[in-house]
Design a protein around this ligand. Structure first.
Ligand code: SF4
Length: 458
């Protein structure tokens, strides 16, 4: 139940024969809603039309709020891209919603971006130097303008994308639509996920594999770090010129962001979370009567802890999934009430028991304090806290909204002190050394725990 915000999610589809792809994009975005709830959008085009144009609908709000059936029916075409957004750069306003659509020398270029670029100053200065007066702070817009600029002196849009991507530092999963081509690009470190699926002759790309199934497609493979994948009526082709040796997949996708039924770079998210729970028990065992998890992201790790320890797993919390969003910002005093609105406790499960409570992270500590209080009020004898990630100590520059150092409780307090603050009987974190085993020994970005930033800092 992390208060770290999600990033963004992208989808793209190229259907040589269908002209009603908008509902597929809609379903893909619905399944990626966990990655961003502030805004969303869809842009489509018909590659066979005489007068090529792009229809785009985007707005602030959830996918189900922004698109009506009538609106979707106005989006006609066989190629399209979509985006769900949580603003990690740029203000949270309608103008910053994606996909971006801009005019360039070949017609219209559309782009949706998941991730965050760290060298935006350089990119902006270059545009200004070459004559474009450009003051945006939005990294996605800078990418789109660089592609448009490079297209003038390139043989193809892929070449313009390559020239642009070579200059980008940071994390990106991009879907780009030129008048006739759909292009997907993943940053050379593979920090953000991106995968490819297929149904009949239709190709689909998405931030997570759960979106491929939602769009009726079968997972083919992850798009490789540094791959530029182009989809046209002739099929797919890949350019690997950006490829490099060093990879660094974001560990937090496995810990918290990605949906539990997704698989990223060959590792199932559910398996990784189970493994984290098992490793937590091996390093930090405890005697207890039940293991429980904080819904949703703490549940799989709690099951792993239960499996490794032999202590039975039980559900102590019920999550109210129908609260929706509230636009009223809670005061500090109202936060505790907010947690109780979202989660209610099953007293009979915890009364008189020594409870192991597993969650994915502790950010400010307020949520954990409330959860421990709820368990104790329901009659739990002891609450042993186990966190399936190491302590958060550093900001993320790659598209994840980790609060500032000042707000992160672990930057100033040891595990013992935090345990005292939140009222637990004991508190232990997953060790940094265990992250690699958790993600099946993939090369990882773990910068928010270690401060070692693979793709540079802002
Ligand atoms: Fe993921 Fe943390 Fe790296 Fe950001 S710093 S990409 S959240 S592992």
């Amino acid at each position: 139940m992390s208060s770290i915000h999600e990033e963004c999610g992208v989808v793209g589809i190229y259907a040589p024969v269908k002209d009603n792809i908008a509902p597929y994009l809609y379903y893909g975005l619905l399944s990626l809603q966990h990655r961003g709830q502030e805004a969303c959008g869809i842009a489509v085009t018909d590659t066979g039309a005489k007068h090529l144009d792009v229809s785009c609908i985007k707005d602030m709000g959830l996918v189900a709020e922004v698109f009506s059936k009538e609106q979707l029916s106005t989006l006609r075409g066989n190629m399209g891209i979509g985006h769900v957004r949580y603003s990690t750069t740029g203000e949270s306003i309608r103008e910053n919603t994606q996909p971006l659509v801009l005019n360039y020398c070949k017609g219209k270029l559309s782009l949706a971006h998941n991730g965050n670029i760290v060298n935006t100053d350089e990119l902006r200065e270059e545009l200004i130097r070459t004559g474009a007066i450009f003051h945006t702070t939005m990294d996605s817009e800078l990418i789109a303008f660089h592609i448009a600029k490079n297209r003038v002196h390139s043989e193809s849009v892929e070449e313009a994308v390559y020239k642009t991507a070579k200059k980008l530092k940071g994390a990106y999963g991009l879907v780009i639509m030129s008048p006739k081509k759909l292009i997907a690009v993943r940053d050379p470190f593979g920090i953000r996920p991106l995968c490819l699926g297929k149904k009949d002759l239709t190709y689909v790309v998405a931030s997570e594999s759960c979106a491929l199934s939602a769009m009726g497609a079968e997972f083919i493979r992850d798009i490789e770090p540094g791959e530029i994948l182009t989809i046209t009526e002739d099929g797919i082709r890949s350019d690997y010129s950006l490829r490099q040796e060093k990879k660094a997949h974001c560990i937090f996708e496995y810990i918290y962001f990605a949906r539990i039924d997704s698989a990223i770079d060959g590792v199932k998210v559910y398996d990784a979370r189970m493994k984290a729970g098992e490793l937590l028990y091996k390093r930090h065992p405890v005697d207890a009567d039940i293991v429980t998890g904080v819904p949703e992201s703490g549940i799989a790790a709690a099951k792993g802890f239960a499996k490794a320890s032999g202590i039975p797993f039980d559900l102590a919390f019920h999550k109210n999934s129908y609260i929706g969003r509230t636009f009223i910002k809670p005061s500090q005093d109202e936060r505790a009430l907010g947690v109780q609105m979202k989660l209610s406790i099953l007293e009979e499960v915890v009364r008189g028991k020594r409870v192991v409570l597993v969650d994915d992270s502790i950010v400010r500590g307020t949520t954990m304090e409330n959860l421990v209080r709820m368990l104790k009020s329901a009659g739990a004898k002891e609450v042993h806290i186990r966190i399936s990630s190491p302590p958060f100590l550093h900001p993320c520059y790659y598209g994840v909204d980790v609060p500032t150092n000042k707000e992160l409780i672990a930057t100033k307090n040891s595990a013992d002190t935090i345990n005292r603050i939140v009222g637990g009987a004991s508190l232990e974190y997953l060790d940094v050394e265990d992250l690699s085993e958790m993600a099946d020994h993939l090369p990882l970005c773990t910068a928010c725990f270690t401060g070692e930033y693979p793709a540079g800092e802002k």
